[in-house]
Design a protein around this ligand. Structure first.
Ligand SMILES: [Zn+2]
Length: 200
């Protein structure tokens, strides 16, 4: 809001006439996330990495929590038939980060220690999002994390890729199974082609 007011003053307008509309931000986020299934997956992966990152690249956890809430609110995005990645994925991701960060700054009440409640400016359709952001941020401040896969509350130090150890292990063993079954298929394919050569 401070930046908005500064820009208004610079342009000779009355800063009191400008505000940030959280409902419009929500609409814009919903539109982007509903655009394309693979794009939404990629954005989610980048945001997940950024919230785990350290230093200036780190995505503030409250913004990530708001993103997760909005993601769970939208119906599945249409799956595209083309396999190439969507255009401007970096720009779209940056836009989602800006929107989510601005959104939490408007719908939550803040002090120096972080999120302390729900802002009086929070529109009714975002109250549940603000409540969830507040709850998850407070938990994180006490060193707890809600697993993004199963929803259990675990010690943040034990998490891997934002998941509890069990979910992370499950995912890894699934991945191993997929890889080994793929190898299996490749071997069959190779055997068949060499049989073909013998017939020739
Ligand atoms: Zn889990």
């Amino acid at each position: 809001m401070e930046s908005v007011k500064e820009i208004a003053l610079e342009n000779g307008s009355d800063p009191q006439n400008y505000s940030i509309d959280a409902s419009l931000i929500l609409k814009e986020l919903e539109t982007i996330l509903h655009e394309d299934y693979s794009q939404t997956l990629m954005i989610s992966a980048v945001l997940g990495q950024l919230v785990e990152a350290s230093g200036k690249d780190r995505l503030p956890p409250p913004a990530f929590f708001a993103y997760l809430e909005i993601l769970s609110m939208i119906s599945d995005a249409p799956k595209r038939t083309k396999s190439e990645p969507p255009d401007n994925i970096d720009e779209t991701t940056t836009r989602v980060i800006e929107l989510a960060t601005t959104l939490v700054s408007v719908i939550c009440k803040w002090n120096e220690s972080g999120v302390v409640g729900i802002s009086k400016d929070c529109p009714s359709e975002l109250t549940e999002v603000a409540k969830s952001v507040h709850r998850k941020t407070t938990l994180l401040q006490t060193g707890m994390w809600i697993c993004v896969s199963c929803g259990r509350i675990v010690d943040v130090k034990t998490t891997r890729a934002l998941m509890c150890t069990e979910c992370d292990e499950d995912l890894n063993s699934d991945r191993e199974r997929t890889t080994s079954s793929r190898r299996e298929r490749e071997r069959t394919g190779y055997g068949m082609s060499s049989r073909g050569e013998t017939i020739e």
